[in-house]
Design a protein around this ligand. Structure first.
Ligand SMILES: [Zn+2]
Length: 306
C-alpha cells in the first residue's frame, strides 16, 4: 500500500479529474467519475467505486430507455428506465409515484404508467429516495402534469431546492421527518431517514397484499458512500447501516434496478408462478456491498492521511 505525500497527491489528481467529469455529467454520464480503488469482495463479486457507479447508471441509453413496465407485487409497479427506478403505487384514491428521475424521462415514465392501464394524471403524491438529479430532477414537471403533492425528507430539502431544471422552482408541499407516514387510498408508506449518500436519503417501506398474504416492501435509497467520507457522513452511515437491518423486509427494491437484480428477477416472472421479487434472503445484500465499500474507503483515507 502506498503512503505519504505521493498517495495524497494521487488523491488530489483524482479529485480534480472527478470534478471535471461531474461538470459534464449530463452529457457524458457518470461512468468514469469515481476512482477504481478500493476494491472489495462481497459474496464472490468484486466491486470498486467506479464499477458500482457504472453498474448503477449504465449507458446514457440505459438511463433514458423504458424498462418494460411490470407489476412488482400487490399494488406496486415498476415504471422506470433500465437503470433509474420509478415506482407506481396504485390506490382507489389515486396513485403514488416514487422518483421522477431525470426531467427528460418524465414522458417515458408517464407512458409506462399508461401502458399498465393507469392514468398518469391520477398521480396524487410524488415521493423520492434522494436529492440527486437522476432520481428527482423531474419533480417539477410531474407536479405540472399531475398536480401531485410533492413530499420530501427535511434533511434533503436544501439539495432539492437547489435542483432547478430549466429554472423551475422545485416543488415541496410537505416536509417529512424520520418515521412519518404518507397515506393514500388505504396504502401507507413510512419514510425512514437513511442518510449518508445524501443528508435526507429516504428508504420507504409499505405492506402489499398478494395471494392472500401481506408482504413488507422496502424501497431502498442508495447507500453508496461519496468520497471523501467526512466524519459527518461516517456518523450518518454508521447509524444507517445498523438501522436498516431492523426494517421488516420481504421484497427488496432500490432506486437503481441493479441494487436488487431487477432484470434477472423480471426474466423469471411466469404467469401463476412464484413471485421472484419476494426475496427476503437478499434484503440487505446491497447494503452489505455498500457497507464493505464504506469501510474500505475509510481505511484507505486513514492510511493515505498518515
Ligand atoms: Zn445519488
Amino acid at each position: 500500500m502506498m503512503s505519504g505525500p505521493s498517495t495524497s497527491a494521487r488523491f488530489l489528481v483524482g479529485a480534480a479529474a472527478a470534478a471535471v467529469v461531474i461538470g459534464s455529467l449530463t452529457q457524458a454520464g457518470r461512468a468514469q467519475g469515481p476512482p477504481d480503488v478500493p476494491a472489495v469482495s462481497v459474496r464472490g463479486q468484486t466491486y470498486t467505486p467506479r464499477s458500482i457507479l457504472a453498474r448503477n447508471m449504465g449507458s446514457d441509453e440505459d438511463q433514458t430507455t423504458a424498462f418494460p413496465p411490470h407489476k412488482v407485487i400487490g399494488n406496486v409497479y415498476y415504471v422506470g428506465t433500465r437503470t433509474l427506478s420509478a415506482y407506481l403505487i396504485t390506490t382507489p384514491a389515486g396513485h403514488i409515484l416514487i422518483n421522477s428521475t431525470y426531467e427528460r424521462n418524465v414522458a417515458t415514465i408517464a407512458k409506462s404508467v399508461e401502458q399498465l392501464g393507469f392514468k398518469f394524471s391520477e398521480v396524487r403524491i410524488l415521493l423520492g429516495t434522494h436529492a440527486h438529479g437522476d432520481h428527482q430532477e423531474g419533480d417539477a414537471l410531474v407536479k405540472q402534469m399531475t398536480g401531485a403533492q410533492v413530499m420530501a425528507m427535511r434533511e434533503d430539502v436544501p439539495a432539492l431546492e437547489a435542483m432547478r431544471p430549466g429554472g423551475k422552482v422545485h416543488p415541496i408541499d410537505r416536509v417529512l421527518r424520520d418515521g412519518e407516514e404518507v397515506s393514500l387510498g388505504g396504502t401507507t408508506l413510512v419514510a425512514h431517514l437513511t442518510s449518508g449518500h445524501t443528508r435526507g436519503c429516504t428508504t420507504w417501506t409499505m405492506r402489499a397484499a398478494e395471494g392472500g398474504k401481506t408482504f413488507n416492501v422496502v424501497f431502498a435509497c442508495s447507500y453508496r458512500a461519496p468520497a471523501p467520507v467526512t466524519p459527518e457522513i461516517e456518523a450518518e452511515f454508521t447509524r444507517t447501516f445498523k438501522m436498516l437491518r431492523t426494517l421488516p423486509c420481504d421484497v427488496p427494491l432500490g432506486d437503481h434496478p441493479a441494487q436488487y437484480n431487477m432484470a434477472a428477477k423480471h426474466a423469471r416472472l411466469t404467469p401463476g408462478g412464484p413471485n421472484p421479487f419476494v426475496d427476503p434472503a437478499n434484503c440487505w445484500g446491497e447494503a452489505e456491498i455498500q457497507e464493505a465499500m464504506f469501510r474500505a474507503q475509510l481505511d484507505l483515507q486513514r492510511k493515505s492521511s498518515k
